[in-house]
Design a protein. Structure first.
Length: 248
């Protein structure tokens, strides 16, 4: 399995912090934001990773991350996202890197308390199915929200005005190797972007999407300044990815 970390975007909601750097390079307590998804994947045994970078500060990633040896990776590659286009658009840029293998995709600003080992085991047992992770949130209007019927997800609504549940689809996704064919069929949403929710709904329509509820806390450090602060405080209090230090 290969790992994809999406770290594009302009981070305008974090201005002026992002006037001189990419938002994924901002500090979250004791390390740059981008460290967290890479460490999460490495701890779970994913050692072949590509980082999709964008914006005018894309050149700052290589001096920081280098070859990935600091994280115990076998390979760390880079893909340049030259324009905004949505999460699914950024994912599509990584097709050549995936080389037909199943993938785990992590958004560069999503941080979790624990690890994803169990989710990877479940995905590998049914690698013909996609898998998403859910977390209860206070503001589901800001995310993709699942609609449940008898405990089964029937569809996912993107940033709904009236959320059908208090769960959000977090930015960690597991996909079979046909995900890029689905991406190629997408049409831009009303926001002018290729939505990852449309990818997940495509798998739902095929009866090929499973889900798990994340254990421990999850934070979107790149949502706005308050989120960046709150996630930093959570990391300071509980030590997100503390298993990284334990296992190195």
């Amino acid at each position: 399995m290969k790992g994809i970390v999406l770290a594009g975007g302009l981070g305008t909601r974090l201005n002026p912090l992002t006037k001189i750097t990419n938002k994924h390079l901002l500090p979250v307590y004791d390390r740059p934001m981008i460290y967290f998804p890479i460490q999460m994947l490495a701890v779970a045994g994913v050692r072949d990773i590509v980082v999709a970078v964008g914006g005018q500060h894309q050149g700052e990633f290589l001096p920081l991350l280098e070859s990935g040896q600091e994280f115990g990776l076998d390979k760390l590659a880079y893909v340049v996202q030259s324009k905004p286009g949505g999460i699914a658009y950024a994912l599509g840029l990584c097709e050549a890197f995936a080389s037909g293998e199943p993938i785990v995709v992590a958004l560069g600003d999503n941080i979790i308390e624990g690890n994803i080992r169990q989710a990877i085991r479940e995905f590998e047992a049914r690698s013909d199915q996609a898998k998403i992770l859910l977390s209860r949130v206070r503001n589901p209007r800001a995310y993709g929200v699942p609609v449940f019927e008898n405990g089964v997800i029937t569809r996912i609504e993107e940033k709904p005005e009236n959320p059908p549940s208090d769960f959000a689809v977090i930015g960690i996704y597991f996909y079979p190797n046909d995900v890029f064919e689905i991406v190629k069929t997408l049409q831009p949403s009303g926001r002018g972007e290729l939505e990852i929710t449309d990818v997940n709904n495509a798998y739902l329509a095929q009866g090929r999407l499973s889900h798990s509820v994340l254990q421990g806390w999850w934070g979107d450090a790149g949502e706005d300044k308050d989120s960046l602060l709150n996630v930093s405080v959570q990391v300071a209090r509980t030590g997100a990815n503390h298993v990284w230090e334990d296992e190195q």
